[in-house]
Design a protein around this ligand. Structure first.
Ligand code: SF4
Ligand code: SF4
Ligand code: SF4
Length: 398
């Protein structure tokens, strides 16, 4: 997979274990040195751990505006989810001006490219009578499928991320210049779709900027001018699932738990009558992204205000610019069937020796994860605090 964006600060950590419990993929553990360790291969960048920590022990940051200095020409890409916060076109034009004042040469609205991605998804779904596609717009969903639902990998739409489609067009248009492309991100997951700050060199976009970090600076620049901008209605719909055109063949689900239920059902073939599953781990879709502020229900109403008088058509692009062979890296399990069977049998043997309380006192999320760590040689049965306490008590009673 593409690595985790979660960073840990030892000084802020009170070792409450809440983050370990909150992780849906068991990617966190407390090491023997009493610090939280993130497993890059398990983390899906959902941000649940960050929100569960009340001490700012875990965070996800993007690049900083200082990186602007490294380029001859800089472009900032603005997602539909941020634009949807504006209740009028005038407010959106004010926002674009404020972002440009941060030091960018150009500010690009990417809704016309989001619109392309949504249109292609609907075309593909409409062209099939027996395939159930799963939307690939959200990096969390893609990584969740790689992590827990590998049987559904072939159902993922082979459509690139909207920011990557946009970045490729920007790079083509400005070929020959030393261009730095920055993406404003409304969630932790999108921070991972750029070269920096997490060294993911395979992407077209150069830098991810966390809206949570940048927004106070944008606010300072508001009400100082306007940059004219026209949005794509279809592009704004993509981050706003309530407004996606209704179709009986689509199942649209939001919220992490609901999305997992949908994937569970899809894995068992229970949703084969649908042609397209559009899934968002955030409530109300990307407009509910965790680095955004405000009420996502109110934002649903803003599309008409932003596109009522004039709306941009989705861009017309070559298939190569939209489709991808492999959207996400898959770490294939290279073990033979026999090796895997032996591993699970050893894990089950260890599990039988553990108390089964899933208390996390050993630093692992559950007794099963502890049993796996013992089989992998990372822990020993003596690291189980409950067994150690029981042993101590029995020694005292003798
Ligand atoms: S939630 Fe995790 S990072 Fe935060 S204080 Fe508790 S153990 Fe430390
Ligand atoms: S971001 Fe999500 S998957 Fe990654 S460590 Fe945190 S809770 Fe686990
Ligand atoms: S805002 Fe939420 S739904 Fe949208 S890409 Fe990010 S994690 Fe996925």
């Amino acid at each position: 997979m593409n690595g985790s964006v979660v960073t840990y600060t030892l000084e802020h950590c009170v070792r409450c274990m809440k983050c370990i419990k909150a992780c849906p993929t068991s990617a966190l553990r407390m090491s023997s040195k009493n610090r939280i360790v993130v497993d890059d291969n398990r983390c899906i960048n959902c941000g649940n751990c960050i929100r569960s920590c009340h001490n700012r022990g875990l965070l996800a940051h993007g690049s900083t505006l200082a990186d602007i200095e490294n380029y001859e020409y800089t472009v900032c890409m603005v997602p539909g989810a941020l634009i949807s916060h504006c209740s009028s076109l005038e407010e959106a034009e004010d926002l674009f001006h404020a972002i440009r004042m941060l030091g960018f040469d150009e500010v690009v609205d990417i809704t016309e490219y989001s619109g392309v991605a949504l249109k292609e998804a609907q075309l593909l779904a409409g062209s099939s009578d027996d395939m159930t596609y799963i939307s690939s717009f959200c990096p969390v969903i893609n990584r969740l499928i790689v992590s827990k639902y590998q049987g559904l990998l072939d159902s993922l739409l082979p459509i690139n991320y909207e920011s990557e489609i946009a970045a490729r067009q920007i790079r083509k248009r400005l070929a020959g210049k030393n261009v730095g492309i920055f993406n404003l991100c409304e969630c932790e997951a999108k921070l991972s779709i750029a070269k920096y700050p997490y060294q993911h060199m395979e992407f077209e976009c150069d830098h991810s900027l966390a809206l949570a970090d940048i927004f106070p600076l944008i606010r300072k620049n508001m009400h100082q001018g306007r940059d004219e901008v026209i949005f794509s209605k279809k592009g704004l719909q993509m981050c706003n699932p309530v407004r996606i055109v209704k179709d009986d063949d689509y199942l649209i689900a939001d919220g992490f738990d609901k999305v997992c239920s949908v994937l569970d059902m899809a894995e068992f073939g229970l949703l084969n009558t649908f042609r397209l599953l559009i899934l968002y781990p955030c409530f109300n879709g990307c407009i509910g992204g965790h680095m955004l502020w405000g009420n996502s229900f109110l934002m649903q109403n803003n599309i008409d205000a932003l596109t009522g008088s004039k709306s941009k058509q989705s861009a017309k692009l070559d298939a190569d610019d939209v489709y991808v062979d492999q959207l996400i890296k898959v770490n294939k399990d290279t073990r033979t069937f026999l090796e895997r069977t032996k591993f699970f049998s050893n894990v089950n043997k260890q599990l039988e020796m553990l108390p089964g309380y899933d208390c996390s006192a050993c630093g692992m999320q559950t007794c099963r994860i502890m049993a796996e760590a013992i089989v992998n040689g990372e822990k020993t049965i003596d690291d189980c605090r409950v067994l150690a306490a029981l042993k101590e008590k029995s020694n005292e009673n003798q």
